[in-house]
Design a protein around this ligand. Structure first.
Ligand code: KG4
Ligand code: ZN
Length: 334
């Protein structure tokens, strides 16, 4: 019988729980405080912690009910222990510890970023390493070579801001609500990438990225136009930013796959929900004869299915966590 794993996620503003049997997803529940946080223009850590405390019990019960399983049947509890907001992480982690201790089953602390990358396994039963992965989230931007299910080699990453962070900052400049990414994408659909913006480390820098210069260029563009009292097109600026920010991700992912001699590319992280990036990746991979596996759009942003899936990988590898496991606001990939 395949292991039955409950995944719990509470690193930012989504309280989520999911159950998987082997790689088969049985339930995937989420309660979000994003609308509440949007009133403040970003995540207020204390509000996030309180919202998790209110939601965690309910969301776990919903996940078990929807999966049609009793908690006594679980093989293990997998939970995000980092990276994320300390108070928010502690809510999910403490709940998971209590459950694991009470049921006398293993606790598996999951690295949130690995969770984002593991989401691809839910899309394709046949997916197996080695492959090349693009990570594009609110906190990370990297090109990784996945050697086997538990080992990633970082080929390159951002030298400053993450791509999602740049989307959120540009959204503010364009007076768009939080979280900015989806709003920038929507606005960009109405414009054309006609404004010249710098693409950092295009030729140089190997697999590294830099987004702070691009972000500053967008801010400077708006300030200059406003100072001169000139008209400017918000949609064209959104489209131009998106083009500069995302084309390079698709290009470097394909270059990485070629260098490593793999024929599969995967991606994960909130920015992978972006339709323009998905299209660029699909085109670049098709041209290069590579297979592309992407998580469903709603599994690119934070969810518990990906945490359960990474939990399964760690379960099979026998990597269990002690009940003394602490929450870590910042952790490297491995
Ligand atoms: O992966 P994620 O949940 O964050 C981290 O774990 O770090 O993703 C959140 C990030 C935010 O920066 C958000 O603006 C961005 O992903 N995002 C998008 C889109 N949807 C979410 N960026 C661009 N286009 C989108 N459709
Ligand atoms: Zn995330």
């Amino acid at each position: 019988m395949e292991p039955l794993i409950l995944g719990i996620e509470s690193s930012c503003d989504e309280t989520a729980a999911a159950v998987i049997r082997g790689r088969r997803l049985l339930s995937d529940e989420i309660i979000s405080s994003a609308t509440l946080q949007a009133q403040f223009g970003g995540v207020v850590p204390e509000l996030a912690s309180r919202a998790h405390t209110d939601a965690v019990d309910l969301v776990v019960q919903r996940a078990l009910d929807r999966a049609g399983v009793k908690k006594e049947e679980l093989s293990a509890v997998a939970v995000t222990y980092g990276a994320g907001l300390l108070g928010a992480l502690l809510v999910g982690l403490s709940f998971a510890k209590g459950l694991a201790y009470g049921l006398n089953i293993p606790l598996i602390g999951v690295n949130h970023i690995r969770g984002h990358l593991a989401a691809c396994y839910l899309e394709d039963d046949a997916l197996a390493p080695p492959f090349l992965s693009l990570l594009a989230s609110g906190g990370h931007t990297a090109i990784l070579y996945c050697k086997n299910e538990t080992e990633y080699e970082v080929l390159g990453g951002t030298r400053d801001d993450a791509v999602g962070e740049a989307f959120d900052k540009v959204a503010r400049v364009l007076s768009l609500p939080y979280p900015g990414g989806p709003h920038v994408e929507k606005l960009a659909r109405e414009g054309q990438p006609v404004i010249g913006l710098p693409v950092m480390l295009k030729g140089a820098g190997g697999y590294d990225f830099s987004y702070s210069g691009l972000k500053t260029a967008v801010i400077n563009y708006v300030h200059t136009k406003e100072q001169k009292g000139e008209e400017w097109n918000r949609a064209d600026l959104a489209a131009s930013f998106q083009h500069a920010a995302l084309d390079i991700l698709a290009r470097k992912a394909v270059e990485g796959a070629r260098e490593k001699g793999v024929n599969v590319v995967t991606a994960g992280g909130g920015v992978v929900a972006n339709g323009y990036l998905r299209e660029k990746l699909a085109l670049a991979c098709e041209k290069a004869g590579l297979k592309l596996v992407l998580p469903a759009k709603h599994r690119c942003t934070d969810n518990a299915a990906m945490i359960a899936c990474e939990g399964l990988i760690q379960y099979r590898a026998g990597n269990f966590s002690p009940l003394s496991l602490n929450a870590c606001p910042s952790i490297p990939l491995r």
